[in-house]
Design a protein around this ligand. Structure first.
Ligand code: FE2
Ligand code: FE2
Length: 193
């Protein structure tokens, strides 16, 4: 049986890696149009659309949040806040995908706006995940009985992640390489500091 809390936590770690690549590539774009950067940005935004937006957040909405509402009604207000963040995040990711097309068509006019919208999105997603970790996952892990945890585990099931799952979708090869290289660089930096 899956460990639902661990699964959600792992999804967060994975999404954070994709956000790091987005920030590295799209947070400070060169003045001259870069096709290779556009490709990475397109792949990373597409991943967010097809996995976190299609599976991770909806499963929190349909399984995790009702479960927490039932067992920990005191956390209702935070769940409302998180629900609103899911709604907002979906709108922003759609707008960013459109903005990326604008960037592709006219790099100079859209570069700065894209950078700042992307940075705001990354920041909001990171805050969202840390709110879930701190205010939902941690408290329920500590306060629920084994039977309660078992019931959410059996309801959760697994989702097939096309980037971090067992079967990498071919379109995500380059993105995964980028994530691996960034991870290696960060681990070298952390060791030398
Ligand atoms: Fe969420
Ligand atoms: Fe989440």
């Amino acid at each position: 049986m899956v460990d639902a809390i661990e699964l959600i936590h792992q999804d967060h770690l994975n999404l954070d890696k994709v956000l790091s690549v987005l920030l590295e590539v799209g947070g400070n774009l060169p003045e001259k149009k870069s096709t290779s950067k556009l490709t990475v940005l397109r792949d990373a935004l597409y991943y967010i659309e097809v996995f976190p937006e299609r599976f991770h957040h909806p499963k929190e909405e349909s399984i995790l949040f009702p479960f927490v509402r039932k067992h920990r009604p005191d956390l209702g207000q935070i769940l409302d806040e998180l629900h609103q963040q899911h709604e907002d995040g979906s709108k922003v990711i759609g707008a960013l995908a459109a903005r990326l097309k604008d960037l592709e068509n006219d790099w100079t006019s859209n570069r700065v706006a894209f950078e700042s919208e992307l940075q705001a999105y990354i920041e909001a997603q990171r805050q969202h995940m840390s709110l879930e970790e701190r205010e939902i996952l941690k408290p329920i892990k500590q306060s629920l009985s084994r039977i309660d945890i078992k019931s959410i585990n059996s309801a959760y099931g697994v989702s097939v992640d096309p980037l971090f799952g067992d079967n990498l979708s071919t379109g995500f090869n380059a993105l995964l390489n980028r994530i691996t290289r960034l991870g290696e660089r960060e681990s070298v930096t952390n060791k030398s500091t």
